[in-house]
Design a protein around this ligand. Structure first.
Ligand code: UDX
Ligand code: ADP
Length: 482
C-alpha cells in the first residue's frame, strides 16, 4: 500500500476538474497532478501559452496555471498512462440529465462516469483511491465500486485494490478559486480510514482541520444534492415573492433585507433575478425528484419539483412582461439583451435564463442584439440554435426592423448594441452594466425606450431622469403601461 499520495490523476478537465486540480497543485507542490480529458481541443486550450485562452474563465485561475503548469500540473489526453501511475484518481466528468430512456428529463446520465470507472478498472495499478468529484446521484459510489471490484484480477496477476470516496465540490462559478481556497467545509464520505486520511491530508495543507468533515458515503452524496436544492429553493422562494411585490406595491429588495436580517434566515441567496441557471441547480433537484419517486416518496418529489416549476414559470413571466410593456407586440422591434451567461464573472451559459427569455422573444418576432463581455457569439448561436446576422448593420433613420424579425446579432460594444433599440433587457449582473451612461443610451434608443432590469443592479434615478421607462424585478412601483 502506497503510504502517501504522490501522483494524482483527474479525469475531466472541465469547470470542476480544472480549477480544483490547479488549487491542489498550487497548495501541494510535492504532488504531481495530471489532468486528463478525451477532448483534445479542450486540453490544447489548457496548455495554451496565452492565458486568456484557457477554456474556463475564473478570476485568479490564470495566475495559478502560470505558477504550476509544467511543474507539478499537466494537462493531456494520456488517460491510460496517467491512470496507471496514479495513487489517487478524481472523477470529474460531466453528468448531464438523461434525455431518453428510464428517468429521461430527471435522472443523471452516468454513462461518462461508468466509462471512467471502466478505464480506471482496466489501467490502474496497485492500491488506488478513486474520488467521486462530479455531482452524482446518491448510490453512484456503489456503481463505481461494483465496476472496480468486477475488475479484480486473478491471483497470479499483480494486485489491484480500490477505495472509493465521495468528495463533492461546492464551488460556485466565478468564485471557484476563492471557494476552493477558503471553503466553508470539505466533505469526505467513505469507509476506508486510510483513504479518508490520505485525502484529508491533501486538503489540510490549506484548509483548517475542523472544516474537513467525514461522513458515510451516502450522506456525502446526498448532502451535495441537498445543499444545491436548498440554495435553489431560496431563489425560487424570493422570485415568487417578487411577483407578489409587483402586484401589491411592495418592493422585493426591502422584503429581502427585512427577512435576511433574521439570523435564522440569513442574507445570502435572497436576490431576486431572472431565475436560477447553471449546470447544477436544476440537475441536482431533478435528481432528488427522481430519487424520491424511486423510493415511493411522491410528496417529497412534488415538493422539490415545484422549485424547478416555479423557476420555469418565472422566466416565461419575464418574457411576457417585456412583451406586455412593449404594447403587447415585439415583432418589428429591436430588443437589446445585456448579458447571456447564467450569472456574472463566468462565460458559462448552461441553463442560463437568457436562453429561455431570448428564445421566447425571438419566437414573438423580435430582433435581438446580444452583448456579453465573456460569452462568445458561437456559444450563443449553439444555445439559441440560430445563426446570427453580421453585426455591420447600419441603423439609418428609416431602418425597417420588420425585415429582421426572429433574427439576432452579436455586438461587442454596448453602445452599438443599444442603437435604435426599443428596449434594453439586463439579464446578467456584469459590473460594466452598472456603469452604463444612460444619458448616452437614451439618445441612441427609439422612443418610447424601455429598460428592463431583471437583476436590480441599475441606478433607478439616473434612468428615469433620462427619459427612459424602467421596469425592475419585484418593484411594486413599476407603472403598468399596458
Ligand atoms: C452552485 C452552488 O452555489 C455551488 O455550491 C455548487 O457547487 C454548484 O452550483 P453556481 O451554479 O456556480 O454554483 O452558481 P450560484 O452562484 O450558486 O448561482 C446559481 C444561480 O442562482 C445563478 O443563475 C444566479 O444568478 C442565481 N442566483 C444566485 C440568484 O438569482 N439570486 C441569488 O441571490 C443567488
Ligand atoms: P463539469 O462542470 O462537471 O466540470 P464539464 O462538462 O465542464 O463538466 O467537464 C467534464 C469533462 O469531462 C469534459 O471536458 C469531457 O470531455 C470530460 N470527459 C467525459 N468523459 C470522459 C472520459 N471517459 N475520459 C476523459 N474525459 C472525459
Amino acid at each position: 500500500m502506497k503510504a502517501d499520495i504522490k501522483n494524482i490523476c483527474c479525469i475531466g478537465a472541465g469547470y470542476v476538474g480544472g480549477p480544483t486540480m490547479s488549487v491542489i497543485a498550487d497548495k501541494c507542490p510535492n504532488i504531481n497532478i495530471n489532468v486528463v480529458d478525451k477532448n483534445s481541443e479542450r486540453i490544447d486550450l489548457w496548455n495554451s501559452s496565452n492565458l486568456d485562452s484557457l477554456p474556463i474563465y475564473e478570476p485568479g485561475l490564470d495566475k495559478i496555471i502560470a505558477r504550476c503548469r509544467g511543474k507539478n500540473l499537466t494537462f493531456s489526453t494520456k488517460i491510460k498512462e496517467n491512470i496507471s501511475s496514479a495513487d489517487m484518481i478524481f472523477i470529474s466528468v460531466n453528468t448531464p440529465t438523461k434525455t431518453k430512456g428510464i428517468g429521461a428529463g430527471q435522472a443523471s446520465d452516468l454513462k461518462w462516469v461508468e466509462a471512467c470507472a471502466r478505464e480506471v478498472a482496466m489501467f490502474a495499478t496497485g492500491h488506488t483511491i478513486v474520488v467521486e468529484k462530479s455531482t452524482l446521484p446518491v448510490k453512484t459510489a456503489e456503481v463505481i465500486k461494483n465496476i472496480l471490484e468486477a475488475s479484480q484480477p486473478n491471483s497470479n496477476e499483480c494486485e489491484k485494490k480500490f477505495d472509493v470516496l465521495s468528495n463533492p465540490e461546492f464551488l460556485a462559478e466565478g468564485s471557484a478559486i476563492k471557494d476552493l481556497l477558503e471553503p466553508d467545509r470539505v466533505l469526505i464520505g467513505g469507509e476506508s480510514n486510510y483513504a479518508i486520511k490520505a485525502l484529508s491530508n491533501i486538503y489540510s495543507n490549506w484548509v483548517p482541520k475542523e472544516k474537513i468533515l467525514h461522513t458515510n458515503i451516502w450522506s456525502s452524496e446526498l448532502s451535495k444534492l441537498t445543499a444545491n436544492a436548498f440554495l435553489a429553493q431560496r431563489i425560487s422562494s424570493i422570485n415568487s415573492i417578487s411577483a407578489l411585490c409587483e402586484a401589491t406595491g411592495a418592493d422585493v429588495r426591502e422584503v429581502s433585507r427585512a427577512i435576511g436580517l433574521d439570523s435564522r434566515i440569513g442574507t445570502k441567496f435572497l436576490d431576486s433575478g431572472p431565475g436560477f441557471g447553471g449546470s447544477c441547480f436544476k440537475k441536482d433537484i431533478l435528481n432528488l425528484v427522481y430519487l424520491s419517486r424511486f423510493f415511493d416518496l411522491d410528496e417529497v418529489a412534488d415538493f422539490w419539483e415545484s422549485v424547478v416549476k416555479l423557476n420555469n414559470w418565472h422566466q416565461h413571466r419575464l418574457s411576457k412582461l417585456i412583451i406586455k410593456n412593449l404594447f403587447g407586440t415585439i415583432s418589428g422591434k429591436k430588443i437589446c439583451i445585456l448579458g447571456f451567461s447564467f450569472k456574472a464573472n463566468t462565460n458559462d451559459t448552461r441553463e442560463s435564463a437568457a436562453i429561455k427569455i431570448c428564445k421566447d422573444l425571438l419566437e414573438e418576432g423580435a430582433f435581438l442584439s446580444i452583448h456579453d463581455p465573456k460569452v462568445s457569439k458561437e456559444q450563443i448561436q449553439q444555445d439559441l440554435g440560430l445563426e446570427p446576422l453580421n453585426s455591420d448593420i447600419n441603423y439609418s433613420e428609416r431602418f425597417d426592423f420588420f425585415n429582421f424579425e426572429e433574427k439576432w446579432v452579436f455586438e461587442n460594444s454596448i453602445s452599438k448594441a443599444v442603437e435604435k433599440s426599443d428596449a434594453v433587457v439586463v439579464l446578467t449582473e456584469w459590473e460594466e452594466y452598472q456603469k452604463i451612461n444612460w444619458e448616452e443610451v437614451s439618445k441612441k434608443m427609439r422612443k418610447p425606450s424601455w429598460i428592463f432590469d431583471t437583476r436590480s443592479i441599475l441606478n433607478k434615478k439616473e434612468i428615469i431622469n433620462n427619459e427612459l421607462l424602467l421596469w425592475r424585478i419585484g418593484d411594486g412601483s413599476n407603472e403598468d403601461r399596458s
